[in-house]
Design a binder for this molecule. Structure first.
Ligand code: CAA
Length: 258
């Protein structure tokens, strides 16, 4: 299906989604958010897709919510529309692993979108920021909560209060980004990592995603209980039997996603 603001491409079992509004540095407008949710939900329901990669251009992953679309709105407009609420919840509810591959500007809603992915890979050119304060607003798609959990209160407060940008090296040191690659290698390296994940048992990968996500969403006690129960539940799968038997028999496992 053709999209106005996205380019999608299938690479083996990976769906690569490129944000594509070059005229606005991939700013997140209503059309892009609607199309992105549609594509992600379709991928989640498509058994041929095992991993999703979300990326932008070399210049920008996304420079934030579309300021031109928001500028004239008042409180009641954005409150009644629940601006970004339904979309952010829909993206957070995707059950398959999502990797954000970030080059260039990753600001405001762009940074929040990257944090809605399961982990972030960055190129050396990536610049992260929550500069909403410069527009007289606060982050609205999870930035104050997710950035604080990823990089700690001090750096999160610094980013939100000053609106400064953080480069890829700082983002990796701070734990926002898991690995950094040269810009020209980012997509190829990301696709290799996606392929590694796609080769795992799908059921186990989805259990892992749900469990790690709980670390951010619940208290430690609830998260540990959830993790333990999911750990126990994994013993009900055929892939657990296969994985452990293969280990003991010193051979590669043949997973069936069951
Ligand atoms: N919304 C709409 N249009 C945007 C945009 C945005 N967030 N960011 C960039 N653009 C547009 C520019 O208006 C410009 O369009 P025109 O050529 O028609 O003027 C085009 O993209 C290129 O941008 P610049 O000329 O500004 O490029 P630059 O290289 O000089 O600067 C930049 C790049 C530093 C990223 C700068 O564009 C910028 O500061 N953008 C805004 C960043 C921002 O404030 N993001 C937060 C938005 S609010 C938000 O995201 C709320 C939320 O939490 C949900």
């Amino acid at each position: 299906m053709a999209h106005e603001t996205l380019i999608t491409q299938t690479e083996g079992a990976t769906l690569l989604i490129r944000l594509n509004r070059p005229e606005a540095l991939n700013a997140l407008n209503a059309t892009l958010m609607r199309e992105l949710v549609e594509v992600l939900q379709a991928a989640d329901a498509d058994s041929a897709v095992r991993v999703i990669v979300l990326t932008g251009s070399e210049k920008a992953f996304a420079a934030g919510a579309d300021i031109k679309e928001m500028a004239a709105k008042g409180f009641a407009d954005v409150f009644f529309d629940n601006l970004f609420g339904a979309e952010a919840q829909a993206i957070a509810a995707i059950r398959k692993p999502i990797i954000a591959a970030v080059s260039g500007y990753c600001l405001g809603g762009g940074c929040e979108l990257a944090m809605l992915a399961d982990f972030i890979l960055a190129s050396e050119t990536a610049k992260f920021g929550q500069p909403e304060i410069n527009l007289g607003i606060v982050a609205g798609m999870g930035g104050t909560q997710r950035l604080s959990r990823r990089v700690g209160k001090s750096k999160s407060m610094d980013m939100h209060l000053t609106g400064r940008f953080m480069d890829a090296a700082e983002a990796e040191r701070a734990g926002l980004v898991s690995r950094v690659f040269p810009a020209e290698a980012l997509i190829a390296e990301t696709l290799k990592i996606a392929e590694t994940i796609a080769a795992k048992s799908m059921v186990t990968a989805m259990i892992v995603k749900e469990s790690v996500a709980r670390a951010e969403e619940t208290s430690l006690a609830e998260g540990l209980l959830f993790e333990r129960r999911m750990f126990h539940a994994a013993f009900a799968t055929a892939d657990q039997k296969e994985g452990m038997n293969a280990f003991m028999e010193k051979r590669r496992p043949k997973f069936q996603d069951r």
